[in-house]
Design a protein around this ligand. Structure first.
Ligand code: ADP
Ligand code: MN
Ligand code: MN
Ligand code: MN
Length: 341
């Protein structure tokens, strides 16, 4: 009988930052379709999602794609992103995806995921010496050459497997700090965008295992130094923004974010006060500002939106590299939906 390997992936219940977990389910004669993925369960008492006395949590498959790397071993393999449910079928409190109100996929999201490749032996980014620091920031962004770009094999292979899996990666680049990289993923639909970011993170973690390199998602792994932190800028639009045709609509939507700074920061990733300092192309965590082409603002209006006659999207620059894209999207949608145009 034809067998397939399905990797069920979910987010654990750790606070303030949830991590990826996964386990393998073998299926006979699997169709490759989401509707043929059974609900499964796991021991929630081992992931901070349940108590030992009633430990079962449910895994509800919500996204599937091929796992091209694992399939190379011979048996067809798939990655199955799941929501976590309580035993009674209701959404678990750790389930950010279930809080997204985007019923008609009107919201489009492009996330720019930054991260550091991490030398686990010396606990520093790839490219850093065991003692001290490499040359200051400047040459690393979008660099080429062994002196400035570190870990290209890893990110190149990651990109290839993301594309083969069908993830909508739109680009990658070396970032401002040594050992820091970025990939961008875009999707028409908030849940799907979040699913794809999590699966891409999963593939990157696994690539790290293969190369013996850590993936550091922390937003400021080098602390209070002159080295950039990592963000996950959230670019977003809905029909209103895409067809606004006037500056006032953009102003109105941006201004709606001003009174709810705390609500947004609450889901924009742990330790963000270390990153949103007003330096390194960020706005301070307790301030709100927006502006055209302004990379020191909380929300940037991309110049292309203005050039297209005030039609386009916005970039919330505050979400950090360790934020949950589901929760980020859910909060942005809530704020934008509250605006009367
Ligand atoms: P930068 O580094 O200049 O901030 P990037 O090119 O890294 O910008 O990322 C821009 C992101 O914006 C891409 O992921 C892209 O998919 C996304 N984007 C473009 N148009 C839209 C749109 N209409 N709605 C949502 N996201 C969009
Ligand atoms: Mn970018
Ligand atoms: Mn970037
Ligand atoms: Mn950006």
């Amino acid at each position: 009988m034809a067998k397939a390997k399905l990797e069920y992936i979910w987010l654990d219940g750790y606070k303030p930052t949830q991590s990826l977990r996964s386990k393998t389910k073998i299926e006979n004669n699997f169709s490759g379709k989401l509707e043929d993925c059974d609900t499964w369960s796991f021991d929630g008492s081992s992931t901070e999602q349940a108590l030992g006395g009633s430990s079962d949590c449910l895994l509800k498959p919500v996204f599937i794609c091929p796992d091209p790397e694992r399939s190379k071993l011979g048996t067809p393999a798939y990655l199955v992103m799941c929501e976590v449910l309580n035993a009674d079928g209701t959404a678990h409190e750790s389930n950010g995806r279930a809080t997204i109100e985007d019923d008609d996929d009107d919201f489009w999201f492009g996330f720019e995921q930054e991260y550091f490749l991490w030398n686990l032996e010396i606990n520093k980014p790839l490219g850093f010496p065991a003692n001290g620091y490499p040359a200051p920031q400047g040459p690393y962004y979008c660099s080429v050459g062994a002196k400035n770009a570190y870990g290209r094999d890893i990110i190149e292979e990651h990109l290839e497997y993301c594309l083969q899996a069908g993830l909508n990666v739109e680009g990658i680049n070396a970032e401002v700090a040594a050992g820091q990289w970025e990939f961008q993923i875009f999707s028409k639909g908030a849940k799907d965008a979040g699913d794809q970011i999590w699966v891409a993170r999963y593939l990157l973690e696994r690539m790290g295992e293969k190369y013996g390199v850590g993936i550091n998602w922390h937003c400021k792994p080098l602390g209070d130094t002159d080295w950039n932190g990592s963000g996950m800028h959230a670019n977003f639009s809905n029909t209103i923004l895409r067809t606004a045709g006037k500056k006032e609509t953009f102003d109105k939507i941006c201004l709606a974010f001003a009174p709810v700074v705390a609500e947004h920061i609450a889901v924009y990733g742990a330790d963000n006060h270390l990153r949103l300092t007003g330096k390194h192309e960020t706005q301070s965590i307790d301030q709100f500002s927006y502006g055209v082409s302004d990379r020191g603002a909380s929300i940037r209006i991309p110049i292309v939106a203005v050039k297209k006659g005030w039609n386009g999207y916005l970039e919330d620059r505050r979400p950090n590299s360790a934020a949950d894209p589901y929760k980020v999207a859910a909060r942005i949608i809530k704020t934008v939906k509250g605006v009367e145009i």
